[in-house]
Design a binder for this molecule. Structure first.
Ligand SMILES: Nc1ncnc2c1ncn2[C@@H]1O[C@H](COP(=O)(O)OP(=O)(O)OP(=O)(O)O)[C@@H](O)[C@H]1O
Ligand SMILES: [Mg+2]
Length: 392
């Protein structure tokens, strides 16, 4: 059928035609934003889940919700090789300028800029040629010690006080939170703790891999009282069917029941895979309805595309030792994916598995759902590993 009219949208962060099964989370976010705006305490939301479940899409949706609720928003994506301070400075500077330009009495936005300038000196962040504001002198002794855990809370206080003065709540939305190091995560949590204690109108909404609750808890034990960590998972079968049916029905095309069943079997309800199968099946079909046979024919193309893109980009970042670790893991049943068993398969000492294991966690490839157990962060990655490396 006409590929131009194809309603499906496989891709990182590509909004799906139908955001199904996430009503509860969006409602939770709506309540949180409403309450913070009215200076009522509420746990912030840090979405957690495997790769491709729809965390980024949800975070973007929550940003829209925030804008609708008259928030100013700062949306960031953490990277392995970029510091939190360097990422925050440019958008906070922009925010403070905006607050400064808004009508109202008081000069807290100007003061915020001075604190920000001090902060940059302290943590040694430069912004190339961009100046904070020629007429602003850095404020000394507030957020310029160079110790992020001291400076970030003070910087956030200055920013949030400026926001409060302009009666403008601020939502900080950060994707891929697990990439921050423990100092950064701890500073961020302490800063948000301050916001809540002082009832300032600044809220953090984040997303990350399932390792995030543990990382947050390890850096600050009170993190669990500050944040809720809703688990964004695969879709149930009725939701998966809806994600496929609703967008096509809207243009008069239906899936046969057996076709839907087969897609659910193959995707296990993982949103990214649903989009891929929907997309290829649509293109493959000559006309409606989309049949089981079309889905079966499309499957080879989908798997090829996933292998070449979704899985391959992750595979290519691994060292030979890490690949062997993952391959050994993939060959074991999920309940047996433990260091001892992996060491046995690789005929290695358990101690020598420490470094590749740590690196794989750092790269966001695996995590430990329960003590000693290991799991892939990418759904169906085990099947890919067996295809990519048939022999160990
Ligand atoms: N609720 C949903 N229903 C249907 N499709 C969805 C849903 N949520 C996300 N998708 C689709 O899933 C794909 C992945 O979404 P997204 O990039 O937000 O995932 P993610 O969890 O951020 O993944 P990653 O961890 O790799 O960043 C996109 O193609 C998106 O259109
Ligand atoms: Mg994402």
């Amino acid at each position: 059928m006409d590929a131009i009219k194809n309603p499906f949208s496989p891709g990182a962060g590509s909004p799906p035609p139908e955001l199904v099964g996430r009503e509860g989370i969006l409602e939770q976010a709506r309540i949180l934003l409403g309450r913070v705006k009215e200076k009522r305490p509420e746990k912030s939301i840090l979405l957690t889940g495997l790769r491709g479940v729809g965390k980024t899409v949800l975070l973007n949706e929550i940003e829209k919700l925030a804008v609708k609720t008259s928030y100013r928003t700062v949306l960031l994506e953490a990277h392995e090789d970029k510091s939190l301070a360097a990422m925050l400075v440019p958008p906070l500077r922009k925010l403070l300028f905006e607050l400064d330009r808004m009508a109202g009495a008081g000069d807290k936005a100007k003061r915020g800029l001075a604190v920000l300038k001090g902060f940059m000196n302290g943590v040694k962040v430069t912004m190339g040629d961009i100046e904070i504001g020629l007429d602003v002198d850095p404020e000394k002794g507030v957020a310029d010690s160079g110790d992020l855990e001291n400076d970030l809370p003070n910087l956030f206080m200055a920013v949030a006080e400026a926001a409060e003065e302009r009666r403008t709540p601020v939502a900080l939305l950060i994707d891929e939170l697990q990439y921050f190091n423990s100092k950064e995560l701890s500073a961020l949590i302490m800063a948000m703790h301050k916001m809540q204690q002082r009832q300032l109108p600044m809220v953090l909404l984040g997303a990350g891999l399932p390792i995030l609750p543990r990382l947050a808890g390890e850096s600050k034990s009170y993190a669990e009282r500050l944040f809720s960590f809703p688990d964004i998972g695969a879709l149930s079968e009725p939701d998966a069917n809806k994600a496929l049916q609703d967008p096509t029905k809207a243009v008069g095309v239906e899936f046969e029941a057996a076709a839907l069943k087969e897609i659910f079997r193959l995707t296990q309800g993982y949103p990214y895979f649903i989009q891929e199968w929907g997309y290829q099946s649509w293109n493959r079909a000559v006309g409606p309805p989309i049949s089981l046979q079309v889905v079966q024919e499309a499957t080879a193309t989908v798997i090829h595309r996933l292998d070449e893109n979704f899985f391959r980009v992750r595979f290519d970042r691994l060292t030979p030792g890490e690949k062997k670790f993952l391959r050994a893991m993939a060959g074991l049943a999920p309940k047996d994916r433990r260091s001892g068993e992996i060491a046995e398969v690789l005929k290695m000492k358990i101690q020598s598995l420490g470094p590749p294991r740590a690196n794989l966690i750092q790269k966001g490839m695996i995590y430990s759902p329960a003590h000693g157990d290991m799991a892939f962060t990418v759904p169906l990655f085990d099947e890919f590993m067996l295809r990519a490396m048939p022999e160990l």
